[in-house]
Structure formats: C-alpha cells, structure tokens
Design a protein. Structure first.
Length: 573
C-alpha cells in the first residue's frame, strides 16, 4: 500500500527564532486587539453574572428563570429544590444552572434522573436549548462512556446499573418529579441518598402534598442537617400532620434551599384554552351495534358476577364508541374464551358480528376528517386504541391529508422521527396514549380528543403537551362524544361537573389524591356504568361523584393555602 507523503511547513520557525534573539516584534496592533477581545469575552464582572446566557442559541430564558439560576448559584451553592408551579419551566431553570456550572468549569459530569417517559424529552431539550451533550441512557456500558447522562430512575436503581451509578462521584445530580422521594423508607429515596454528588437539584411542583414530614425528607435528602434530626424537627416545627408551628423560623430554613415561583406572581402569561364539545350522531347501523353490545355487556356482567369480567366488558363498550375496527378484535379475542368461557362463539356473539359487518360508514371518523380539513392548521388527534388510529390514518390519507402516527410501541428513534415529520411536514399527528406525556408540541394549538380517557389526569396530560410554556396562540380543544352513549356521560362529568378543562395538572393531582381515587377513578366509573339501571341513574351517580370532586377541591385549596403560607409567607385565606 502506497504511503501518503506528509510535509511540515516550517516557515514560521525562522521568524520565531529571530524574535527570540532580538526579543522584539511580539506585538502588533492587530494582535493586541484580538487579545483584548478575547479577554473581554472571558471577563466576568461579578459572581452573579451568568456567563451561560451569551452562549445560548435559540433560547431566551424568562426573567424569573434567570433569577432562580442566580439564587441557586449565589445563595444556595448549587443545592436547591426548584418548586415552581406547573408550567413555569423548572426544566429550563435546571438546564440553565447546569449550563452555568459547565461554562465555569465547576461541573464535568452530571446525572439527570427522571421518569422513564421523560428521558428523551430531557436529553433532547438539554442538547437543543442549551447545547449540553446529554445522552439518553440505554445500555449498562453507557454509565462509563458518557459524562452527562439522562436516565430513568427505575432503571438506574436496578442492577447492574445501580452499582455503576453508586461507584461514581457526580459533580451534579438532577432529579425530576422529586416529590416521589417524599417517603424516606422507599427504595427510590434510599438510592438517591446513596449517590455521591457535589451539587444537587430536586424538581417538584408539590414539595408538600399531605404531611410536613415529606418536606423534611426532601430537604434532608438535598442538604442533610438543614432541618436537624427528625425528632427535633417534629418537636420544634410540627403541631399536626400538616399544621406547622414556629412558622417564621421554619419558613426561613426552607427559603435557604427552596425556590417557588407561582403563576399568580405574573411572571408569564399563558394563552387561553377554548373548549368545544362536538356531539356526534351515530349512523343507524352504528347505533344498532352500540345497543347490541351494550345489552350483551350488561347481560354478561350480571350473569358472571360483579367485577369478574368488568375490564374486558367495559373496554368493549368503549371501543364500539371509538370505531367498528376497535371493537372487532375484542369480539374475537376477548369474548371467544375470556368472557364466555366457551371455545365456540355463542349465538348472541354471532349477532354482534353480523351487526358489526353492516357498519360501512363511521360518523366519528368522518367528523375528524371534516374538522381537520376545515382547520387547515396542525392538529393532534388523541385516540385510546391502535385500531382506531389506523382507521383515522387511512381516512386522512384518502383525503390527501398528510398525517403521522405516534404510539408507545415505537422505538425512541422512530418517535423522534415522527415528531420531526409532524413539526416540518405533516398536518396531523394521530397519537395513542403514549403521546399524552413526554413530548412537547407548542407549535400546534389544536387538539382533538377523539376518545376521552376516564381518568382526568390523562386528559390534562394530553392538553399539557400543547398548552404549556412557549405556546404563543390560544389552544382549542375539541371533545368528540357520540350522543346517547357512555361517552356522552363521561364528557358531561368532566366538562360540567368537574370543570376539567380549566384546571392544571398540579391541582388535579392533588384533588384526586384528596378524594382517594387517584388510581381507581376509572374503576369507579366502570362500576357506575355497569350497575346503573338507566341513564337517569347514571347521571345521578355521576352527579354525586362530581360533588365529591368539588368537596375535595375545596379541601385541597385550603391545604394549598397552608403550604403557600409555609413556603413563601403568604397568609392562608
């Protein structure tokens, strides 16, 4: 193999040797100006000046975010709880603080622990907004290869990852959704506590949810000894589970490690939410199918005993409200063996199959196409079911409307690709529930809730993908509901009784916790639908549930005022 000749240009050497001998010619006016410009670029007027602001490209942090970063660096020495209310940009604040420490050379490696659904979002935002080379952790070997990693806390705490994490010393640790560390007896708390770190940021919108001991645990995790020993803390500061004493002294201790910005402070203006409920009349064939399945579900439920087949039965009834195709597989997979317990389809199931075959037009799908065509802007359509997603995509394609799918089964790279296509080329994204969290779609301001989840938290998570910090337009939410079906009842509950679409996720989570239905609200709704004799009883029981929600909201508001009084010195109303 022929070698490539390499020649060195040494003409500079003669000039350099001449200057060495005469000790002259080192400086010229041009060189002096260049040196001056370099010194100016590196100059830091005072410690509070954030050098990272001049390095950001395509991002202008809001004033409260800049002030938060200054306080963390100057007053809290890099250990802080960022407790802004939902939607005020805690992620931006954390990224700005991390960038500043990197620019100053005080941080060389960092670990960001987040819920699994947010790993990609965090790594993407750190790279795009802050030019921080953060990698999403996928394999065990990555712990040793990369200096800045974003990882799922559930993955990191398990072997072989746990040993890798605990063997390193991190310059900075960032934990998102840190309120999940409120119980010091949990594995998550113990794991984070064992991680060796110099600087640490804990991000949570709800540093105190129920008891003051939760606040003590978070502060102690961040800065051991700040609030003393637990027994001393309880004696000195707690009068009841959520009622403090010596409040001014406790507030001063908390202020040294916690920053909380609120929407009411006027830091930022959020655009409006416009809600439009879209009633849809089923075609006669669709109505016959719905009523046939409803009768079948009721008969099966009452014959098999309460709760025995509750999930599969109610899913079938909800699927038929979504699309014929969504109900198709359930009829053959769930009913054949799961519900009926028979190898062959019984006569009543054959009748349902025949009713299903007669459905040729689907009113809900057609309404979605009409709505998208009339808007002529980007739209995200949320559906509960894969089969319905495919139907919507086919109908949109038949009308020449460019649309992309987004669902949980996609690999990370494919999800990123679908996002880019939606941003730059497609008019529509049709997403299953995987699109309800972990992605930001501020460039879109129209949402179609093709199917409504029965859990209010999931509804708000969907809306939060669009109605969030950075959204410049008013957001319009279209709620589809087929008339005289269970969908109509659920929409009535969410819209009329709960006022769901005017809330934010932090308040909603607190209210559901207060009700004790944070995890089983869907189960409660299923029982109401199956056990009620008629629509009148359904409405009555849903009204009772709505009133329980209102009572929980009032109680949650009282608790919220007490928390605010503790954290920032306001007086409870």
């Amino acid at each position: 193999m022929e070698t490539i000749p390499i020649r060195m240009d040494r003409r500079w050497l003669n000039e350099f040797e001449e200057r060495m001998e005469t000790d002259s010619g080192w400086s010229t006016w041009d060189r002096f100006r260049l040196a001056l410009d370099a010194a100016e670029a590196q100059k830091v007027p005072d410690f509070d000046t954030l050098r990272s602001l001049s390095t950001l490209q395509g991002l202008t942090p809001l004033p409260h975010q800049v002030e938060t970063a200054r306080r963390v660096l100057g007053e809290m020495r890099g250990r802080a709880i960022l407790a802004d209310e939902v939607g005020l940009g805690k992620t931006i604040e954390a990224g700005l603080i991390l960038k500043e420490y990197l620019v100053r050379g005080l941080v060389k490696n960092a670990l960001i622990l987040v819920p699994s659904s947010l790993v990609l979002q965090w790594s993407r935002e750190l790279n795009r907004k802050f030019q921080i080379p953060a990698m999403a952790q996928k394999k065990a070997w990555m712990w040793d290869r990369y200096d800045i990693l974003v990882a799922s806390i559930d993955t990191a705490k398990r072997e072989p990852h746990r040993s890798k994490v605990l063997s390193r010393h991190y310059d900075m640790l960032i934990v998102d959704e840190a309120h999940k560390l409120k119980n010091r007896r949990t594995q998550n708390y113990r794991f984070v506590n064992e991680i060796r770190k110099k600087y640490s940021l804990l991000l949570t919108a709800t540093p105190v949810q129920n008891e003051l001991s939760e606040l003590y645990n978070l502060v102690t995790l961040l800065k051991p000894g700040q609030l003393g020993r637990q027994q001393a803390f309880s004696t000195h500061y707690i009068a009841g589970k959520r009622k403090p004493k010596n409040e001014e002294q406790l507030r001063e201790e908390v202020r040294q490690v916690m920053i909380r910005n609120k929407r009411s402070d006027g830091h930022i203006h959020f655009t409006r939410r416009n809600v439009e409920n879209v009633p849809i009349s089923l075609y006669p064939e669709e109505r016959a199918l719905y009523e046939g399945i409803t009768r079948f579900v009721k008969d099966q439920y009452h014959n098999s005993g309460p709760i025995k087949s509750l999930l599969s039965l109610i899913i079938l009834q909800r699927e038929v409200c979504s699309s014929r195709d969504a109900a198709f597989l359930t009829l053959f997979k769930l009913l054949k063996k799961g519900v009926t317990g028979q190898e062959e389809l019984p006569p009543d199931v054959y009748r349902l199959v025949n009713l299903l075959r007669r459905v040729e037009r689907q009113a809900k799908v057609e309404e979605a196409v009409i709505r998208v065509r009339s808007l002529k802007e980007k739209v995200i359509i949320f559906t509960e079911y894969r089969a319905t997603q495919d139907v919507i995509l086919r109908h949109l394609a038949a009308e020449g409307i460019i649309a992309v799918p987004y669902r949980g089964g996609f690999a990370r790279n494919k999800k990123d690709w679908m996002m880019e296509l939606f941003r730059n080329r497609a008019q529509v994204m049709v997403a299953t529930e995987a699109g309800g969290e972990g992605i930001n779609l501020q460039f879109c301001n129209h949402i179609i809730n093709y199917d409504l989840p029965w859990n209010p938290m999931r509804v708000e998570q969907r809306i939060g993908r669009v109605h969030r910090l950075g959204q410049e337009k008013d957001v319009t939410i279209y709620n589809f509901a087929t008339q005289n079906t269970i969908e109509e009842h659920i929409l009535w509950l969410l819209h009329e009784k709960i006022n769901m679409f005017r809330m934010v996720i932090g308040d909603l989570e607190t209210i559901l916790t207060e009700m004790g239905t944070e995890g089983d609200m869907e189960q409660s709704l299923m029982k109401i639908m199956l056990e009620s004799e008629d629509d009148r009883e359904v409405r009555r029981r849903l009204t009772d549930l709505g009133e329980s929600f209102s009572e929980a909201r009032k109680e949650a508001e009282i608790k919220k005022q007490e928390r605010e009084a503790l954290v920032d010195g306001t007086q409870p109303g």
